[in-house]
Design a protein around this ligand. Structure first.
Ligand code: SF4
Length: 79
């Protein structure tokens, strides 16, 4: 099983240390990004990218709601 998320090399959470507070980012990286396929496929950033081919920066791996709700929220920001 692939340990590393398929988005690992390009994901802002991974490549930008300021994307989330250190402790929170470390937790996400350990549990989701490097946690094996069973875990990174549950990441809301991964799921949003699968459904919409991109993921807004406010989304974290454990952000609540469906990917549809996330995109609705994203679009509200442009109204
Ligand atoms: S698990 Fe989520 S946060 Fe981590 S690299 Fe993949 S898409 Fe990005």
């Amino acid at each position: 099983m692939q340990k590393e998320c398929i988005n690992y090399k390009n994901c802002p959470l991974v490549i930008n240390p300021a994307f989330a507070p250190d402790q929170q980012r470390d937790y996400y990286m350990r549990v989701y990004c490097l946690g094996g396929k069973a875990n990174w496929t549950k990441c809301k950033r991964y799921m949003t990218k699968v459904d919409y081919f991109f993921c807004p920066d406010f989304v974290m791996p454990d952000t609540s709601g469906t990917t549809d709700e996330i995109i609705d929220k994203y679009e509200e920001g442009f109204l």
